[in-house]
Design a protein. Sequence first.
Length: 307
Amino acid sequence: MTHITLTNESLRIVVDPDNGASVLAFSVRRGDAWLPLTPEARPGFLMIPYSNRIEHGRFTFDGVTYQLGNEASHAIHGDVRLRKWAIREASAGHLCCAISSAAFADRNWPWPYDAAVEYRLIGNVFASRLLLWNRGETAMPAGFGWHPFYRRALTREGETVRLQMKVQAAYPDAHGTRLPSGPAEPVSPAQDFSLEKPLLPDHFLDTCFRGYDGHGHIAWPESGIKLSFRCSPACTHLVIYNPTGQPYFAVEPVTNANNGVNLHSQGDAGSGNVRPDSGVVGPDSGVVRLLPGQSLEATFEQRVEAM
């Protein structure tokens, strides 16, 4: 088993290239000790070449219908999170890993693709960069995202964690399947974190938002830690997962909506603008059409600051 540790004067991460290039640990230095921001039992993983779920693993693209595996419970979280990645570059504060779907006979995606991830520690910033290439002979729908988990309490059980994330709309989930049951709607008060407020442990959320502005933060005031996000414009969507009764939660910058390829085939692709006069959200599944040889790229930076 190969684990790679990146460390600088402020931060430390541990990466597992053998299992999806997942982030096993993300910690900040406090004096002579390391304070983990992420739960040990919940590695943060990458979702490629699509984010979240595809309903029953079935979708139509350019008039052709495709069937992925895991039909009964929906294809979920892409095709790379449990696969072995190759280490391309490694140093004290930088790691680059890559994967080629051609190396796997059980690839669960109709098109061949390559992907790469870079992790870099720069002072108090943990920066990540994702790239995805279409290696097929026809256009393919593409998307990806990060699925980091965070500890609800850092230094005392029961401490309050606070969240601020600005989005334009939320996809309804009337059937409890984590699949959009209709077009994106204005954010409800329970889903609204445009102003910082507590993320309460009994406030269940597993919601896909669209129109994410690429910023925001998580704060643990009692522990004196603030974690600020900065994502590139390709990350138009955000998923917040806040399970009840668990010591962790997830805030996931992603490029496409849940079930995005099916929303795309149904015509949910466009400017993504909001009409302020009506509250109606314009269509935008976030799915990118990649021609052969083209790539999709995005970055996600997490800045750790003292409060």
